[in-house]
Design a protein around this ligand. Structure first.
Ligand SMILES: C[S@@+](CC[C@H](N)C(=O)[O-])C[C@H]1O[C@@H](n2cnc3c(N)ncnc32)[C@H](O)[C@@H]1O
Length: 208
């Protein structure tokens, strides 16, 4: 793309972003990004986070979801993980690492000691400009989180994960259904209409 076209396109997005009601509201309320509203809507629908929850936030940077979780959780524990840095949040332990490294998994196990109630994952792969490839790569993260959940979550625990409505959607839905008793999908109003993003909500492991 020529430089002038790229500039026009980025200006278009900047103006659109500024007009966005969730963006404006997030600034007013001191949230780190408009993503806060997605978790607020998801939590309203699924009642995921309780005041005593032990919660793991995957792909937490810049910290909007952790910020919301830290306001609800008063007697539980929060561990947030991202390969990008995150500014500190009161009562949130942050690890700057890759969730799929064995050493990270060991740290999660040590932190929660078998008491993990909730995993929230808003992880997304770095964008390449190719929407279909980006969707596949983010959905791979979702599949990997599903597998990881079987090793770290309590039997009646909850997993909430971002995913995209791509060709691999049914495959992921089937994987989730093979692991959990309850599986639902929900696209919050604050998720942009033009985005194929949705959220997977799973609860309670199936007994083998
Ligand atoms: C959409 S952002 C998350 C926004 C966040 N939920 C919030 O509310 O501020 C997606 C994040 O996933 C992180 N991510 C992607 N792959 C990861 C991995 N393997 N391990 C940890 N974090 C990862 C990215 O660095 C990025 O910060």
């Amino acid at each position: 793309m020529k430089k002038s076209k790229r500039t026009k396109k980025s200006n278009f997005w900047r103006i659109k972003h500024r007009k966005d009601q969730f963006f404006k509201k997030s600034k007013t309320l001191g949230y780190r990004s408009r993503a806060s509203f997605k978790l607020l809507e998801l939590n309203k629908k699924f009642k995921i986070i309780k005041k005593n929850s032990y919660l793991l936030d995957l792909g937490s940077s810049p910290g909007s979801w952790s910020q919301i979780a830290s306001k609800i959780i008063t007697t539980g524990k929060i561990l947030s993980i991202d390969i990008k840095k995150m500014e500190p949040i009161k009562n949130v332990k942050f690890l700057n690492c890759d969730i799929f490294d064995q050493s990270t998994k060991d740290k999660i196990t040590f932190f929660f000691r078998g008491q993990l109630d909730v995993i929230i994952s808003d992880m997304a792969a770095n964008t390449t400009g190719n929407k279909s490839l980006d969707s596949i790569r983010t959905n791979q993260l979702c599949s990997e989180v599903l597998s990881l959940s079987t090793k770290i979550l309590k039997p009646k625990g909850v997993l909430l994960s971002k995913l995209f409505m791509g060709d691999d959607f049914i495959e992921i839905k089937n994987l989730a259904k093979s692991i959990f008793k309850e599986v639902d999908f929900f696209k919050p109003e604050s998720s942009r209409n033009e985005s194929k993003e949705t959220y997977l909500h799973c609860k309670s492991f199936k007994t083998l």
